[in-house]
Design a protein around this ligand. Structure first.
Ligand code: AMP
Ligand code: MG
Length: 422
């Protein structure tokens, strides 16, 4: 089937393909095609920011023994005399053979096992050493004082970290603590990024007449790196159609996700759109959205590969990455947190609405009353990459005939934490 319909059925299929879809419908279509990536074992020192592929259930108690939380003296709490004879010294990392009974004590260090018989630790500050005796300057020593009981942090059988957890500093530390090394995580998504367009030159090369520098590849690769992806290829696509198609096929055969930028709008030279559409083994699922920027986003599948044909405008390609590709990658990795938070925010100025859902680059901060307030970053043209700089959110502006007034509430897709009021 080519873009020029031969018969009524083809015409209907093309009309359906070109139907303008709300972003939610597009998202649901993408979600149905997502397959989870297989798990792999990685050493803990290489596991930072990876996504756990299986629950980590404690195989032991932590701490594995009753431990002192202070440097001091291990005592029998009910002992009535303040004078104790010191019968040993218990450091962390071994167990001495000593039993604490009435009249006796063991010097003990933080993290060391509490000796037999002792049921409390008196901190060294509350004691006074006199030759082989120590005087306890504390009236009522409570049983259990300054002792961390067995399993008080984690109990054997507890769910330590559920599958889908992203392994940040505390999570990696906890896994180490509980003896999990290596850990099972999802394979990183293999992604290729391909810029297309005859006008593009590499940054660092001189510009010829009518040329611009390729920026999309660099911003998309940065966004992919932030999600922990493996960038399998990044470069400019060949400019002739057959070579471009052959190249795309090679990428689709090995990569999980293929991202192209440019060549999906209405021009004659919009090769990506034509290649995806004409290939019998590539399934195009949608290619027009009620979205601003990002109307001509093409989404296709070929075998197991997902193909996102992003529009060439730098802002459009980054916005469509945020709205569709990032949540896709997170689902492939099985992450529990898929979507950015979208709290309501109060507009600080009037905002024009469009006939499509618009994602405006926004600056969200916390005002003096603790409310989230938002303004946009000025001119919102999809070519103006600078409109992203210094922002921390995409303001979601639903379609409407009249503008949104200052004081009205919209949702903000938070890309980073809100700013404090300057
Ligand atoms: P297109 O989607 O191919 O029609 O491109 C729309 C606009 O984005 C045009 O002004 C292109 O020059 C520009 N553009 C396309 N690809 C890139 C790129 N990789 N980096 C920066 N600008 C681009
Ligand atoms: Mg183009």
């Amino acid at each position: 089937m080519s873009d020029t319909p031969n018969n009524v059925a083809d015409a209907d299929a093309i009309r359906e393909l070109d139907r303008m879809r709300p972003p939610d419908e597009a998202r649901a279509i993408i979600d149905r095609t997502i397959q989870k990536l297989p798990p792999e074992m990685v050493r803990l020192d290489e596991a930072a920011w990876r996504v756990l592929a299986a629950d980590l259930v404690a195989l032991e108690d932590h701490p594995p023994f009753a431990a002192s939380t202070m440097d001091g003296y291990a005592v029998f709490a009910d002992d009535s005399s303040p004078w104790r004879e010191v019968i040993g010294e218990q450091n962390a990392g071994n167990v001495i053979d000593a039993e604490v009974t009435d009249g006796y004590t063991v010097r003990i260090m933080t993290g060391a096992p509490v000796p037999r018989g002792a049921d409390a630790v008196v901190p060294v500050e509350a004691t006074e050493l006199a030759e082989d005796h120590v005087v306890i300057h504390q009236e009522d020593v409570q049983p259990g004082a300054n002792i961390r009981p067995i399993g008080s942090d984690v109990r054997k059988g507890d769910l330590v970290l559920p599958a889908g957890t992203i392994l940040g500093p505390a999570e990696v530390g906890l896994a180490a603590n509980m003896g999990f090394n290596p850990v099972m995580v999802s394979r990183r998504p293999r992604v290729s990024v391909l810029s297309t367009g005859d006008e593009l030159v590499e940054p660092g090369e001189p510009l010829g007449p009518g040329q611009i520098r390729d920026s999309n590849r660099f911003s998309l690769c940065a966004a992919l790196q932030a999600e922990g992806c493996e960038i399998a290829f990044s470069g400019q696509g060949p400019d002739n159609r057959d070579e471009l198609e052959a190249f795309l096929r090679r990428r689709m055969a090995t990569d999980d996700v293929v991202i192209t930028s440019g060549g999906v709008s209405m021009g004659d030279l919009d090769l990506i759109k034509a290649i995806l559409f004409d290939a019998p083994d590539i399934d195009v699922h949608f290619r027009r959205l009620y979205l601003k920027p990002g109307k001509p986003l093409n989404f296709a599948t070929c075998g197991n590969a997902l193909i996102f044909g992003l529009p060439g405008n730098p802002v459009s390609s980054l916005v469509t990455f945020e709205v569709f590709i990032r949540p896709t990658l997170r689902q492939m990795m099985g992450a529990r947190e898929i979507d950015r938070p979208r709290p309501p925010v109060i507009l600080e100025h009037e905002v024009q609405a469009s006939d499509r859902i618009e994602y405006q680059r926004g600056i969200v901060s916390v005002n003096d009353e603790g409310r989230l307030v938002a303004r946009n970053s000025g001119k919102q043209q999809s070519s103006r990459l600078a409109s992203f700089v210094g922002t921390n959110a995409l303001l979601v502006i639903p379609p409407r005939e009249s503008p949104y007034a200052a004081g009205e509430s919209v949702r903000a897709m938070m890309l980073a934490a809100p700013f404090a009021r300057p």
